[in-house]
Design a protein around this ligand. Structure first.
Ligand SMILES: C=CC1=C(C)c2cc3[nH]c(cc4nc(cc5[nH]c(cc1n2)c(C)c5CCC(=O)O)C(CCC(=O)O)=C4C)c(C)c3C=C
Ligand SMILES: [Fe+2]
Ligand SMILES: [Fe+2]
Length: 341
C-alpha cells in the first residue's frame, strides 16, 4: 500500500431509511452542527430537540418516502457509484472512499479505513461546488477533528471549491443545452441552496465580510470563499457558456429554514413573480448540488413546478445534476490530480 494516495469523497448525507426515527436522527446530527445552526450550544440544543426534530421529522420523512428508490436515497446511490467510477478512473495508485458528513458511511469510518492502509497522503473532495462554512467548512472541521487524534498525520489536501472549473461549467451547461436546443424556453432560473444572511456577513479569513450587495458582483482575491459571490459567478459562467441573453435568466436561493432572513431573492418568490409576469416556459438549474437529491428532485422539480403552474406558468423543467455521468467523473479525476502538484 506504501505510496498510494487516499481520496475521501464527501457529500452532505441522508437518512439511513425514510422512516421517522432515522430522519429524526439525521436531522438532529445535521442541525446540531454549530456551522449549520450557528447559535450558542444550549439554544441550539433546545431548538433542535424540542422544536425542529419532533415537528419537522414526520413532514420530512413523508418527502423522503417520495424521494426513496428501491436502492435507497439518490444522494447515497450516486455517491456509491461515484466511489467505484473514480476508483476505476484513478487506478491502483489511489484508494477512493465515500463518506457522508452526516449519518452513513461516516467520515470517521472512511478515514479509519484509509489510516489502516498506512497511506501517506489523503485528498479530501467535498461534493460542494461553492464553499460555505455550513458545508465544505463543516467537512474540514470533522476531518481535522478525527485526524487530529492520530499519531501520524498524513499529508492532507482539501479541494475548497470547483464552481469555476471549466469542466464543471461545461458539464452543467451541456446538461441544460439539450433542453434549450429543443424546448423553446423563455427563461432560465439558477436556484442555489440558501444560507442564513447572518452566516454570509461573518468575517472571512481575510477580515472581509459580505455586504449582501454588489460586493458579490465580481470574484476577486478577497471573496473566493464567499458563498453568495461564488453562486453569482457560477451563474455568470453558465450564462456565458450557454449564450443566454440579458433579461432571460436570474439567480435565486432555495430551501430556507426558520424565520430569520436567508440570502435573497428566494426561489419561491421568483417562481411566483415569473409566472405572474407571464413567463410560460422555464428551465431550472440547481448548480449547488452535484447529485440529484431531495432539494432538486422534490423541491425544484416538483414543488416549484406546481407553484409555477398554479400561478399561470405552463412548463417548468429541472436540469438534472451531474449524478453518475462521465463528465463528472472526468472533473473529479482532474480535481484529485490537481492536488498532486
Ligand atoms: C449546497 C450545499 C448545502 C448547504 C450550504 C446547506 C446548508 C444548509 N442546509 C440546511 C438545512 C437542510 N438542508 C437539507 C437538505 C439538504 N441540504 C443539502 C446541501 C446543503 N445544505 C443537501 C444536498 C440536502 C439533501 C439531502 C438528501 O438527503 O437528499 C435538509 C433536510 C431536508 C428537509 O428536512 O427539508 C435541511 C433541514 C441549513 C439550515 C443550512 C445552513 C445553514
Ligand atoms: Fe441543506
Ligand atoms: Fe458579497
Amino acid at each position: 500500500m506504501l505510496g498510494k494516495t487516499g481520496v475521501l469523497i464527501v457529500n452532505l448525507g441522508t437518512p439511513d431509511t425514510p422512516n421517522v426515527p432515522d430522519v429524526k436522527k439525521y436531522l438532529r446530527e445535521f442541525l446540531m452542527d454549530g456551522r449549520v445552526i450557528d447559535i450558542p450550544y444550549a439554544n441550539r440544543w433546545l431548538l433542535i430537540n424540542l422544536i425542529i426534530a419532533p415537528f419537522r421529522s414526520p413532514k420530512s420523512a413523508k418527502v423522503y418516502k417520495e424521494l426513496w428508490t428501491e436502492k435507497g436515497s439518490p444522494l447515497k446511490i450516486y455517491g456509491e457509484a461515484n466511489e467505484k467510477q473514480l476508483q476505476e478512473a484513478l487506478g491502483n495508485d489511489y484508494v477512493v472512499k465515500l463518506a457522508m458528513r452526516y449519518q452513513n458511511p461516516s467520515i470517521e469510518k472512511g478515514l479509519k479505513e484509509l489510516q489502516l492502509m498506512g497511506l501517506s497522503k489523503i485528498i479530501v473532495v467535498p461534493f460542494f461546488p461553492q464553499y460555505a462554512s455550513a458545508s465544505t467548512g463543516s467537512v474540514y472541521e470533522e476531518v481535522m477533528r478525527i485526524i487530529g487524534q492520530w499519531q501520524i498525520i498524513p499529508q492532507l489536501k482539501f479541494v475548497n471549491y470547483f464552481y469555476n472549473h471549466p469542466k464543471f461549467i461545461k458539464a452543467f451547461a451541456d446538461n441544460g443545452r439539450k433542453y434549450l436546443d429543443k424546448g423553446n424556453y423563455d427563461y432560465v432560473v439558477f436556484s442555489y441552496h440558501g444560507l442564513p444572511e447572518r452566516q454570509m456577513t461573518k468575517a472571512d479569513c481575510t477580515g472581509n465580510t459580505c455586504k449582501l450587495g454588489s460586493c458579490c458582483d465580481t470574484i476577486h482575491a478577497f471573496n473566493q470563499h464567499c458563498y453568495r459571490a461564488s453562486c453569482y459567478e457560477t451563474t455568470r459562467l453558465l450564462v456565458k457558456e450557454l449564450g443566454l441573453k440579458e433579461g432571460t435568466y436570474t439567480t435565486s436561493f432555495q430551501s430556507r429554514l426558520g424565520k430569520e432572513p436567508w440570502i435573497q431573492p428566494y426561489t419561491d418568490h421568483v417562481v411566483k413573480e415569473l409566472a405572474q409576469k407571464g413567463v410560460k416556459r422555464v428551465l431550472a438549474y440547481s448548480p449547488a448540488f452535484v447529485a440529484d437529491c431531495l432539494e432538486t428532485t422534490i423541491e425544484v422539480a416538483e414543488e416549484y413546478r406546481e407553484m409555477f403552474e398554479e400561478h399561470g406558468g405552463e412548463h417548468w423543467q429541472l436540469v438534472e445534476s451531474l449524478n453518475d455521468s462521465a463528465p463528472w467523473i472526468d472533473l473529479l479525476t482532474d480535481l484529485v490530480k490537481e492536488q498532486e502538484h
